[in-house]
Ligand binder design. Structure first.
Ligand SMILES: [Zn+2]
Length: 350
């Protein structure tokens, strides 16, 4: 690994926080029974995330406002920059109120007035993605977020997925979330003969990276986008349910997938009486249920688009929607509808 000791160490620093946000509440069924269960789990998480307790676990001072400026340290590399932006759109921006904006050339290094993330792309061929801090510690830090250009992939398709998923992971650090595998209960990264990868530390038989987070809400989430133990590298940039829960808690739930083209809260509540009975007139909680549970359960929240219907009607689209191999297909269908399907005159719902 080419990464310098400093940057590597710093990247590792961020490992623990996000894990803490995680509740392992993966709901596979799309029936109403599952809905009740998912609601119970969401309620449990809400209890955990009661603001009076959050201070015990998270340094809220590291949380940005939900709109975060980003600038590029380099000119050019437009294709790669586009992949990074898309990776953010399909992850944190899809489900939470976070919006990364601006994307102009960074001001001269050291300019005191800039408030935002300074992002570089490592094209050295032997680089690595990392951040030089956690949350708004990264403010105006030169090359504070670095995304590897993924030269080990020979096709644009491979590099695109690699860079977009690296962006989801590294910008997760930028949002204040740390690596999942540092959690005390993690067992997925055992030391081998007491040794770990460069930059890691063996502790209690497990390889950890950097300082621990101080959020311990929920249980260990192996498939978090912030976990080194996810089935796919950087989880293919696909947020786990608990990633979404954490993001919505700290940044709000007005994700891109709550756009009026795909989400109507009144329609959602009227279509699912048990949700209405639970949430009443609390539309914020209903919206949060949609981004945390409803989308992945294939629920419907708009008269013109229902993800499961759309995917059944146009099965040829499924392999081509989105980039992440494991990206929730329902979410991809909704993005496809907003971006292409509606304008193409496709039928989104019965
Ligand atoms: Zn990391």
């Amino acid at each position: 690994m080419k990464l310098s000791g400093r940057s590597f160490h710093l990247c590792l620093m961020y490992v623990g926080l996000f894990a803490a946000l995680i509740v392992s509440a993966i709901l596979l069924a799309a029936c109403d029974d599952a809905m009740d269960e998912s609601y119970e789990k969401e309620m449990a998480l809400d209890a955990d995330l009661d603001d009076s307790k959050v201070d015990l676990y998270v340094n809220k001072n590291k949380i940005w406002p939900s709109t975060i400026k980003v600038c590029w340290e380099q000119d050019g590399l437009e294709k790669e920059k586009g992949w990074i932006k898309a990776g953010l759109m399909y992850s944190w921006e899809a489900y939470s109120s976070v919006r990364f904006v601006d994307f102009k050339k960074c001001p001269f290094m050291g300019s005191p007035g800039y408030y935002g993330l300074r992002v570089g792309i490592d094209t050295s061929g032997a680089g690595q993605s990392y951040t030089l801090g956690l949350g708004n510690d990264l403010n105006n830090k030169s090359w504070g977020v670095v995304i590897n250009s993924c030269p080990e992939y020979t096709t644009d398709t491979g590099r695109r997925l690699c860079m977009a998923s690296a962006a989801a992971h590294e910008f997760g650090h930028a949002l204040g979330f740390a690596h999942e595998q540092n959690r005390p209960e993690s067992t997925c990264r055992p030391c081998i003969a007491g040794k770990c990868m460069p930059g890691e530390t063996c502790r209690n038989g497990q390889c950890i990276q950097g300082p621990d987070g101080n959020v311990t809400i929920g249980t260990f989430d192996k498939e978090s986008v912030m976990s080194y133990c996810a089935s796919a590298h950087n989880a293919n940039g696909v947020l786990s349910q608990t990633d979404i829960l954490g993001a919505t808690h700290y940044y709000g739930s007005a994700g891109r997938l709550t756009d009026s083209e795909v989400f109507n809260v009144d329609y959602y509540l009227n279509l699912y009486p048990s949700l209405k009975a639970t949430f009443g007139s609390d539309k914020n909680r209903a919206r949060r249920h949609w981004v945390v549970n409803g989308i992945r359960e294939g629920k419907r929240a708009h008269p013109k688009i229902h993800s499961t219907y759309y995917l059944n009607r146009y099965p040829e689209l499924a392999p081509n929607i989105g980039w992440g191999k494991n990206l929730d297909l329902n979410a991809r269908a909704l993005f496809h509808w907003m971006t292409y399907g509606r304008d193409e005159g496709r039928i989104g719902a019965p």
